[in-house]
Design a protein around this ligand. Structure first.
Ligand SMILES: NC(=O)C1=CN([C@@H]2O[C@H](COP(=O)(O)OP(=O)(O)OC[C@H]3O[C@@H](n4cnc5c(N)ncnc54)[C@H](O)[C@@H]3O)[C@@H](O)[C@H]2O)C=CC1
Ligand SMILES: O=C(O)[C@H]1O[C@H](OP(=O)(O)OP(=O)(O)OC[C@H]2O[C@@H](n3ccc(=O)[nH]c3=O)[C@H](O)[C@@H]2O)[C@H](O)[C@@H](O)[C@@H]1O
Length: 439
């Protein structure tokens, strides 16, 4: 099938590449010429395991192309995926300007039947808006070209995006016309050979399903984080509690890890957007989700709180920080807990040396030349001259460190662990003070 993907970010590039992998003819469009230049030169503008090789393979096979030409992009695909960003507006609602710009371009230039597929995470009612926008552009030039609008939210996780797209738990297609449903079923057939994973819903239910999934996952995390804080005060161990409740299949072990707050480009913005949609469009105050958000905002300061309790005045103190990305296996630092921690420490007069296997370039872009912040080129380099070590992201390479070396290097010596990576017994046996979350 001929497919156009509008937007070559995490979702667009992964979707386009995986669709090419199964034999489709895919053209990816981006308005950012730098991204397209990198892709055309065989690189990829993001860090995502397995993606670069897959991009190269499909480009070499002639199934995957990149362009900045809107004309070529609209002309190419019968299926036009919109996978542009939907960042939060100042009031928390999702900003639709990129989605609607993409829809406008399609309406302005299309000459034959198109299925316009919303892959971006968009508020309920957006498909109607996209339909009206395409229609308006057609009317402006007096053209009558048939088209369908479909909602097909994406559930991939950064760091495991290729695997998630190639082996999805489910594929949600919100559509109301048969022609579009048939084409979407054909498109996704290679991704569900073993059992039916495609769930066809009405458009609004598909749009809401995406927010519901992210909101539920964020709720589990905030719940566990609050429980961890409680366990700590009561002298219980949240890791034992986690195992105790996770064994109930109604609860399950996934997504029950307490930590220093959820980050990333999606949970924070999607929770906010759903609260805003409910208030504005339905007059409903989503109390649970408001609490989820509030608990997460507090949790992002949990490490600073522990550090201040331990040291008192932080001026002149120096900290080694392991992990900058909002989670392992990505260089994405959008809403990352590391940003809150580093800002807190610097504001309190401390200095920081931070290390991350892939996100240092992103940290430099975000923080610029910030006084008091340096970067180490290895986990060990962060320990030089540090009073304490703070762990923010659970990269694999942090899982089994030499605690004797850490003890010898740190002045205090104490580890504040925002991801509960270690068995407290082993760390304490090495003579280190260990302060994880909730235990
Ligand atoms: N990042 C993730 O893991 C997931 C994101 N989503 C959703 O998917 C959407 C996209 O997210 P990301 O890929 O993370 O965004 P991103 O910010 O990484 O990429 C968006 C891309 O769209 C391009 N763009 C903007 N307007 C354009 C236009 N009119 N024409 C062509 N290109 C345009 C931008 O230059 C950028 O490269 C969002 O709605 C997000 O909530 C959904 C599931 C997972
Ligand atoms: O809509 C999206 O963009 C995506 O958002 C999340 O994916 P992602 O943000 O890439 O990463 P997650 O693995 O969900 O982690 C999000 C945050 O929650 C934190 N987390 C996760 C799990 C957990 O048990 N505890 C916890 O604190 C992580 O450290 C991270 O900061 C969802 O998991 C995807 O299904 C969804 O498609």
């Amino acid at each position: 099938m001929k497919i156009t993907v509008v937007g070559t970010g995490y979702v667009g590039l992964v979707s386009g590449t995986c669709l090419a992998e199964v034999g489709n003819d895919v053209l990816c469009l981006d308005v950012d010429p730098e991204k397209i230049r990198i892709l055309e030169e065989g690189g990829i503008p993001i860090y995502e395991p397995g993606l670069q090789e897959m991009v190269r393979r499909n480009v070499a096979a002639g199934r995957l192309h990149f362009t900045t030409s809107i004309e070529k992009a609209v002309d190419h695909g019968t299926i036009q995926f919109i996978a542009v960003g939907t960042p939060p507006d100042e009031d928390g609602s999702a900003d639709m300007k990129y989605v609607l710009a993409a829809a406008r371009n399609i309406g302005r230039l299309m000459t034959d039947y198109k299925i316009v597929v919303d892959k971006s995470t968009v508020p309920v009612g957006t498909a109607d808006l996209v339909r009206a926008t395409v229609q308006e552009e057609l009317q402006k030039r007096g053209a009558q070209v048939p088209f369908s609008v479909v909602s097909n939210p994406e559930f991939l996780k950064e760091g495991a995006a290729v695997e998630d797209f190639m082996r999805p738990d489910r594929i949600v297609v919100g559509a109301e016309d048969e022609q579009a449903i048939l084409l979407m079923k054909a498109l996704y057939a290679p991704f569900q050979r073993n059992h039916e994973r495609l769930i066809v819903t009405d458009v609004k239910s598909a749009e809401l399903t995406k927010y519901a999934a992210n909101a539920m996952l964020a709720t589990r995390i905030s719940f566990m984080n609050e429980l961890a804080n409680l366990a700590e005060k009561l002298g219980a161990d949240i890791e034992m509690v986690r195992q105790g409740i996770g064994s109930d299949p109604r609860i399950g072990y996934h997504f029950l890890y307490p930590g220093c707050g959820y980050g990333g480009s999606c949970f924070p913005k999607d929770v906010k957007a759903l609260i805003k949609t409910a208030a504005d469009k339905a007059g409903i105050d989503l109390k649970v989700l408001s609490a989820v958000e509030e608990a997460n905002d507090l949790q992002k300061h949990v490490l600073t709180g522990k550090i201040k309790t331990y040291f008192g005045d932080l001026s002149g103190k120096h900290f080694g920080v392991w992990g900058l990305a909002f989670k392992p296996n990505t260089d994405d630092m959008r809403d990352a807990p590391s940003r809150t921690l580093i800002a807190d420490l610097l504001a309190a007069g401390a200095t920081v040396t931070a290390y991350d296997p892939v996100a240092i370039h992103e940290a430099k872009r975000i923080f610029g030349d910030k006084d008091g912040l340096r970067y180490g080129d290895s986990p060990a380099a962060c320990l030089e001259g540090a009073d304490a070590l703070v762990i923010v992201t659970e990269w694999k390479e942090f899982r089994s460190p030499d605690f004797d070396v850490i003890k010898a290097k740190l002045r205090a010596p104490v580890i504040f662990d925002g991801r509960n990576l270690y068995d407290p017994k082993f760390v304490r046996a090495a003579g280190l003070t260990y302060l994880p979350i909730g235990r």
